[in-house]
Design a protein around this ligand. Structure first.
Ligand code: 5GP
Ligand code: MG
Length: 188
């Protein structure tokens, strides 16, 4: 698996530092008096890509919180370009009057956030903030607002730290690009 890596874009240690910064920002935006006493926080990672990001981030946020889940597919199978976002499952609990922080691994075409944020507002959330670990350097990504952004990266297909190609590579600790040979039919 590590033999398929072309370039390490963001190593594990830099991700960890930046995740801590994002957690501090989210924490300071979600404590009283900014939030009224009793208004709860629900963190919603978009699965499957947001899984590892969420696990690391929430352990740096010492706030009472609930976790909800949403499953969205936009790069099914061997896709390396968005095929349009499709909501596969929603398990967010009762978010009426709650302050939602939506987590995604990467902001690319923006289709996912454009679909999911209004859906969460419809469910009666008091506020919806968006947090992405990565944002691609392309006009479409910059046109969609994200409240918290970890890293701006070049417009390349990346994997690792939760991001997949054909459902593999999510367990790589760094954010990396893959060798061109990987994208041929035979592998992985
Ligand atoms: P958007 O809806 O903004 O186009 O893209 C968001 C989703 O597309 C992400 O949650 C992620 O699953 C997928 N995606 C976008 N860019 C990449 C990429 O470079 N690598 C991988 N593995 N997935 C990506
Ligand atoms: Mg994916």
């Amino acid at each position: 698996m590590t033999g398929d890596i072309q370039r390490v874009l963001i190593p594990q240690a830099r991700i960890a530092q930046r995740v801590k910064d994002l957690a501090d920002q989210i924490m300071s935006d979600h404590v009283p008096p900014l939030l009224e006493e009793g208004q709860g926080v629900t963190i919603i990672p978009i699965m499957t890509g947001g899984m590892i990001f969420c696990a690391d981030l929430i352990r740096q946020i010492p706030l009472a919180m609930k976790i909800g889940l949403m499953m969205v597919s936009s790069y099914p199978g061997r896709s390396v370009q968005s095929q349009g976002s499709q909501m596969l499952a929603t398990q967010v609990g009762d978010i009426h009057g709650r302050n939602v922080v939506l987590l995604d691994d990467i902001l690319d075409s923006g289709g996912t956030l454009k679909m999911v944020v209004p859906a969460l507002r419809e469910l009666g959330a008091a506020s919806v903030k968006t947090c992405v670990l990565l944002r691609k350097d392309r006009p479409a990504a910059r046109q969609v607002h994200a409240d918290y952004v970890g890293f701006d990266i070049p417009d390349e297909f990346v994997v690792g730290y939760g991001l997949d190609y054909n459902d593999y590579y999510r367990n790589l600790p760094d954010i990396v690009t893959l060798k061109p040979a990987v994208f041929s039919e035979a592998s992985p």
